[in-house]
Design a protein around this ligand. Structure first.
Ligand code: 5GP
Length: 146
């Protein structure tokens, strides 16, 4: 059962703010407010679905397409050694917000991750990180067109 008042549903309706880095007809991507590393982004299909099992094939395709696109920009902006891309289904798997989302988490060989959903980042820092990702997306899409 989908809860239409979960935090991400409210962000999708514009009732709560977010630091958005990308949006199209089917998906949105914004900064995680408790990032496990700098540049931690969440990608959501707009379709109301709590878990990946509930998503239509079209929404699943759109979500993974946006995840790849935004992950490329995060990689370009933050130059990590690697990147974790993950998605949790159900409280037992660590899901805390019941609207499907993909985590894009930059990884650095010499730095441990911060805890999951545990350390809020300041709005100023999130805004600056979002701007770096938006600029990287702009550059990458410009390169793809030329
Ligand atoms: P989950 O545990 O469901 O896989 O991930 C939920 C994520 O959403 C966590 O990483 C948590 O830090 C993040 N989060 C929780 N509340 C908010 C919020 O209000 N805004 C944003 N941008 N992220 C949130």
């Amino acid at each position: 059962m989908y809860d239409p008042n979960n935090i991400f549903a409210r962000i999708l309706r514009g009732e709560l703010p977010c630091h958005k880095v990308y949006e199209d007809a089917d998906t949105i991507a914004f900064m995680d407010i408790m990032p496990q590393s700098d540049g931690h982004v969440l990608v959501l299909p707009k379709e109301p679905a709590a878990e990946i099992f509930d998503l239509s094939e079209r929404a699943a395709q759109a979500a993974i397409r946006t995840t790849q696109r935004v992950a490329r920009a995060v990689r370009s902006a933050f130059q990590p050694d690697g990147m974790s891309i993950g998605q949790f289904n159900g409280a037992a798997a660590g899901q805390t917000v019941p609207h499907v989302h993909f985590h894009i988490v930059p990884r650095h060989a010499d730095r441990a991750l911060r805890g999951h959903a545990s350390e809020p980042q300041s709005p100023e820092v999130l805004k600056a990180h979002a701007a770096r990702i938006v600029e990287a997306l702009r550059q990458l899409e410009g390169e793809a067109r030329s």
